[in-house]
Structure formats: C-alpha cells, structure tokens
Design a protein around this ligand. Structure first.
Ligand code: ADP
Ligand code: MG
Length: 718
C-alpha cells in the first residue's frame, strides 16, 4: 500500500474543506518534517541503490513505508537457554555450538531432513532438525556458535528443536537479546540488516511522524501515541506493550478508511439525483404478472430501495443475498422504476453468459410494463452495436443490460439514473467509477454474489447502506453435498448417469488451470469428449470462456431448453445461471476452488422441485482445503460459510478482502479486529458529522487524503 498522491481532480476531504491541501500548513509542523517521511529510502544513511531495490520488492519505497513495515512475527530472546535446558513444547532461544550436522534418510522422496547436534557451554546437549532446508551446511559449520529459535519437542531419545530459525554468532560476540522482530523477507536482505535500518529510524534523537489521531479521541479510547506504537511494534519490550501498539495501529488503519467512507457518504448525500417514480400502477402490474409472490426479505429490500429511489439524493446500497435468494427480481423492480420515470437504468454483469441470462429474465419481468431491455456485450456485430448505441443516446433504451462493454468510451446515455452492479467482487473499483460517471449522479445498487461477513462489509463497503436477503424462496429442497476423494471419482459418474436416466440434467465443472486459460479450455474439451463416450445417448455439450459469444448463447439456450442434458464447463458458469431441470453438479478438483466459489457453483442446482446433489471431487492438499470441503458438506447457509471462509483463511490472508473492495491493511485484521472496526466506524461518523472539513485535525485529514484520497477520487461521483 503506497500512499496515493492527492488527486488533482479533487478528493474526499478537499471538497468538504473547500480548499486544497497544498494551500495550508499541516498542524504547524514544518514541511521538511513531513518531507522527511515521504522521501525515498535512499535518503537514509547507508541505503544505496541496491538496498533500495531490495526494499522496493517488499513494497517499501519511502521512509514512511519503512517505518510502517511491520514484523510478521517475533523472536522472544528475553531468556536464552542452553541446549540442556530446553523445555518441551516451548518456543525459545537456544545458544549452542554445532557439534555435527548430518542428513538423515527419509522415506518420502525429495524430502530433506537435516539434523544438528548442539552442545552448550557446559557440555550439555540437544539437537535441532530441519525439514527441507538447503544451504544449512554452508552456515552451520561444525564448531560455530549460533542462536537458534523455535519450538522444542520432546522425543524418547531426548529433546529437539524443530525447524528453528537461527543466526550465527561470531566468536567473541553476544547475541542480541530482547524480543526481536522477524520481517517479511526477501533474498539478499537479512533480518539483521532490516532490524538495523529500522532501529536507526526509531532512535531517540530522530523525529517520528506526528500523530494523526486527535488527542481527545486517543485518550478516550486509551490508544498509545503513534511514536510509542511504532517503537513497540518493531521492538516490543513485552507482550502487553506489543498488544497496545498493535491495537493502536490497527485502529488508525480502520479509522482512516472509515473517515474516508464517512466523508464520501456525506458528499454523496449532498449530491443530486433524479427521484424515481415508485408509485403508480406499474408496480401492481409488475406483481400481477410475476409468477410468484415476493419473500418477506425481498419485500423488505424493495421497501428499502423504494425509499431511497424516490429521494432526490443518490442511493448507495448494497444488496446482500445468498445464491438463489432472488436478487434479480429486486433489481428488476428498481430498473422498472427508472424506466417508468422516463430515465435510464443499467444492469452490469460480470460475464457475458450472465448478462444474457439477465436480459432473458428482465425481458420477461418487464414485458408486461412494455419495456424491452437492450443488451451491450463485447461480441455484438457492428450493426447491432450501432442500433443499441443510438437507443442509449436517444434515451429510447430505458433498461440496458451488459458486461464491462457498457463502460466503453463510445457509449453515451441520455439520462442514466440508476446503475445496478451484479456480483460486485468481479469488478474493479475503476469500472464501477466509469459507470457512475456516465450519469451525473446515478442511484447505485451493488449486489453481491454471495454473502459477505459483516466485518468485510464495513471494511470494504463502509459507506453503503445494506439490505439483506436472508431468506430463500419457498419450496427449495436442500442440496445434498458430498465430498468424494479422487480415488472414488467413478461414483460421481454413476450419480450423473442415474440422474440423466431419470430425465434430469447435470453440470460437470472442470478444474480451473490457474496459470492458463488455454489449458483450462483444453482440459474441459478433453473431459467433454470422454463424457460423450461414457454417456452414449445423452446430449453432452461444452461451455467455456473462449467460445464465440453466439456459440456460448446457443450452448446455454440448448441447456436451458433441455436439448442438452449434460453441460461440461469451465468455471464460467459459476455465476448466476438458472436452469431448474439440473439436479447434479460435479466439481472436479474441488479443493482448488475457493469456498465462496463452490457455494456459488452449488447454487446452480436445486432450483427445481427435485432433490439435488452436489459432488465435490478431489483430495485437499491442505487442512484449509479440507476445512472448506467439510464446511460445504455441513452447511448451505451462505452467511455461515462466509464467516467460516474468513476464519479458515485466517488472520493475515487478506486476498479475499482485496477482492471484495478496498480494504488493504497492514496491521488490522478483519478476522480478529471486528470490534475495533465497529468502534472506528462509529467514531469516524461522529467526527465527520461534527466537523466535516476536519478543520480540528488537519493532520488526520492529510493522512486520510494520502491513504485513500487517490482511490476514492477514482470512484468519481462515489
Ligand atoms: P440470486 O441472483 O439471488 O442468486 P435469482 O434472482 O437468480 O437469485 O433467483 C433465483 C431463482 O428464484 C430464480 O429462478 C427466480 O425466478 C426465483 N425466485 C426469485 N424470487 C422468488 C420468490 N419470491 N418465489 C419463488 N421463486 C423466486
Ligand atoms: Mg444473481
């Protein structure tokens, strides 16, 4: 996360304050103080081009980056033991001489096991073992002394350290004590060097960045000052100090983002939007033609939307609902409101397949009102595209469905008043921004593919209002989910055969070849061929992302109409397809998929009245993968699975978060710091309410600006 420069077009805080950042002096500190921290690391003594390049690999470019480059863990060297005093089960530091080093034979091929016999000053002994660590021989030469750090295990033959970290201690030197940081590493940059660089930065005579948190807030929440937090985070004297430092830094991260959200929310509330007609007989007509009645949850969500839409202020709402909870109808109602008002609404879908399906369903839902949705996808022919373009420019096309092709430069809307974004996590923030710019201030509805844990919602969509569809339409039978080890995969084929024989349809999802779309397609093509051979007499068809769009549409139509009974596919069908006749879904190499993705895939079946099965085939390589398989077999509740997913991925893995939106934290952890996040959000909203220009805390303002200003400005009308 490098600090984004203030945007030239305007920014969150600036609009509130009505002046630019450059024009004022931040909290009376001299500019040089701030400049010191935004300066490149080369300005530090002893950092040359080589070190700078290595640091850059770690995402560290400025002095500030280095100060905020935090340890991934610590070594507690407050007590340094002799090998004879090692305690089983304890993680500790051991100082010893290497007596000998040997490779042990292992049963598993390719696995390297190295053992070192360690001797203490008193002649006491212990040992250390490493699995697969090359290059040990070069460093742990017999006779050398080293400090080992790691967990000790007890064995009948004695005690040994397992995979310890170590540092060779030159003759005559004493190892550094205390609690030492272990930084995320990169080859060529030793821990020793990183520690030294950072320790220098934290030396008592050097100034540290001023604290952006208002003093009163800090006191109220018992947060330590920034300089202390930085010192204790890198070199904690003890666990309590580290905890306090961590809490403070995590709070600041949350707080900066929540202030940005609060400012943006405030600003968007000040903007004008076209109020949509939410009364009149169109609604009655819509419901009269709907083949079902809305669930309670859908009614509630539509109630929320309706209230938002008829106000002259842009809506910013997130519609969260489990797969199959019926988000499309709610979106259709909003789009109808736009059309009935005489303005335009778009629905943005992540894939062409899904855009076409939406078109199909919206056409049905909106036909009774006389509206004919238009489609914008990449593959359209020149003539078609021109016609649609004219329709959008003239305003005749009131409801438009499409993929990111909707965002292209050459499309102009006459009066875009509503943007519905389906399956948001597939879209970059940029794309959302491009769409918002097409209308002046459209109402925005974001729909998620699968539920998101509350902390993630606050962390990534903090400025959106949220509606939740926590109920499924009636009559759904549960989908039986089974996990089948690779060795028993023939079972999957049997189930498919049985279901096809009973006149049902099936999906067969092929593994995703991460690094190569071409190979994914090749694998699916091969699988389709073998399944055709194995299932003579059944219509087996193939779907993948490389098919021309017309072909894709044809394949899907055939499947929807039941002409095809088995659809072999890469994971492009992951989102949204709705074919009630399908009762089995097989996922090959299921453990390679994410939990949310599998849950989403499973949602393809069980949409008709017949019992459905989901078969997850494959052998998980990690406990986490196993956890995902077990969670899916145990539950169909997307909200539960989302929490479970977050828990399984564990602290530190923010990959999924980034996917969801903006959150990108160094210290804060959405899996653990939920409470802190709630506090940060409340405080941020209160602060922005009381002092919108943040005049009382200019330093905070500039930090918010530097951290989030760029990305939020990208969100345009936001
Ligand atoms: P989502 O997008 O939330 O996964 P969809 O909008 O695709 O769900 O709806 C799933 C299926 O449920 C569709 O076939 C839709 O027609 C149907 N459906 C939606 N709402 C209801 C309802 N209230 N009663 C019965 N069926 C419904
Ligand atoms: Mg959907």
């Amino acid at each position: 996360m490098s600090a984004a420069p203030p945007s030239s077009e305007g920014s969150v805080a600036e609009v509130e304050a009505g002046r630019t950042l450059e024009s004022q002096n931040l909290s009376g500190r001299s500019a040089t103080d701030e400049e010191r921290f935004t300066a490149p690391v080369q300005t530090l003594r002893g950092v040359g081009e080589r070190t700078a390049a290595l640091l850059a690999r770690l995402g560290v470019e400025t002095v500030r980056d280095l100060l905020f480059f935090f340890p991934r863990k610590y070594e507690d060297r407050r007590i340094i033991r002799s090998p004879g005093a090692m305690v089983p089960g304890e993680r500790c530091a051991v100082l010893a001489r290497v007596e000998r080093l040997e490779r042990l034979p292992t049963r598993r091929e390719g696995l390297l096991l190295v053992r070192a016999v360690l001797v203490g000053d008193e002649g006491d002994r212990g040992e250390a073992v490493w699995f697969s660590r090359r290059g040990l021989e070069r460093q742990l030469v017999p006779g050398r002394r080293a400090l080992f750090y790691g967990r000790t295990e007890g064995t009948p033959g004695g005690l040994r350290m397992v995979n310890p970290e170590f540092e060779v201690v030159p003759p005559g030197e004493v190892p550094q004590g205390g609690i030492l940081p272990l930084y995320p590493g990169t080859a060529g940059l030793s821990q020793r060097r990183l520690r030294h660089l950072i320790r220098e930065l934290l030396a008592p005579h050097r100034p540290l960045p001023a604290d952006p948190l208002p003093g009163a807030l800090r006191q109220r929440l018992a947060l330590v000052p920034l300089d202390q937090a930085l010192r204790d985070m890198h070199f904690p004297p003890g666990t309590p100090e580290w905890r306090r430092a961590r809490r403070r830094l995590a709070f600041e991260e949350f707080f900066l983002l929540q202030v940005a959200f609060a400012l943006r929310r405030r600003r968007s509330r000040a903007a004008e939007a076209i109020p949509l007609t939410t009364q009149g007989d169109w609604e009655a007509q819509f419901f009269a033609h709907l083949p079902f009645t809305l669930t309670q949850a859908q009614r509630r969500a539509w109630g929320d939307l309706r209230e938002d839409l008829h106000r002259p202020v842009p809506m910013h709402r997130l519609l969260q609902g489990d797969v199959g909870s019926g988000k499309t109808v709610v979106a259709a109602l909003a789009l109808a409101a736009a059309a009935e008002t005489g303005v335009q609404g778009v629905l943005l879908a992540p894939t062409e397949v899904l855009a076409r399906q939406h078109l199909h369903r919206l056409t049905h839902l909106l036909a009774p009102l006389g509206w004919e949705p238009r489609l914008v996808v990449g593959g359209a022919s020149g003539g078609e595209r021109r016609r649609v373009r004219e329709d959008l420019a003239s305003g005749e096309g009131r409801v438009v469905v499409g993929t990111h092709a909707l965002l292209s430069e050459d499309l102009a809307f006459r009066n875009l008043a509503l943007a519905v974004v389906d399956e948001q996590h597939r879209f970059g923030v940029l794309q959302r921004a491009a769409l918002a710019e097409k209308g002046r201030e459209p109402h925005v509805l974001v729909m998620t593919a699968t539920p998101i844990p509350r902390t993630l919602v606050l962390g990534s969509y903090g400025d959106l209002d949220v509606s939740v569809l926590d109920e499924k339409p009636p009559g759904r039978l549960p989908v039986e989910t089974r996990w089948i080890p690779q060795a028993q995969r023939a079972e999957a084929l049997e189930v498919v055969q049985r279901e096809l024989a009973a006149g049902h349809q099936a999906y067969w999802i092929c593994p995703l070849v991460e690094e190569s779309a071409t190979r994914s397609v090749a694998a699916a093509t091969r699988r389709c061929r073998t399944l055709r051979e194995l299932l003579p007499g059944h219509a087996v068809d193939l779907l993948h992302g490389r098919l021309p769009s017309r072909e894709k549409a044809r394949v899907l139509e055939d499947f929807a109409e039941g002409k095809t009974t088995l659809l072999v596919s890469t994971s492009v069908v992951e989102v949204g397809i709705d074919v009630p006749g399908a009762t089995v879904l097989v996922v090959e190499d299921a453990p390679s998929f994410g939990l949310a993705q599998l849950h989403q895939l499973r949602g393809r079946v069980g949409r008709g009245g017949d019992p459905a099965v989901c078969l997850l085939v494959g052998d998980p390589a990690t406990p986490e993968g196993q956890g995902r398989m077990e969670a899916l077999c145990a539950s169909e509740n997307g909200f539960f699975l989302a929490e479970e997913d977050l828990r399984l991925r564990g602290p530190g893995d923010m990959g999924g978060v980034r996917q969801h939106g903006l959150a990108d934290f160094r210290v804060a952890d959405l899996t653990r710091d939920g409470k802190l996040l709630e506090i940060a959000r409340k405080e941020a909203r209160e602060l922005v309410e009381a002092d919108p220009p943040l005049a009382s805390c200019p330093l905070l303002r500039s930090r918010v600006e530097a951290t989030w200003g760029g990305r939020f400005a990208l969100l345009g009308a936001g």
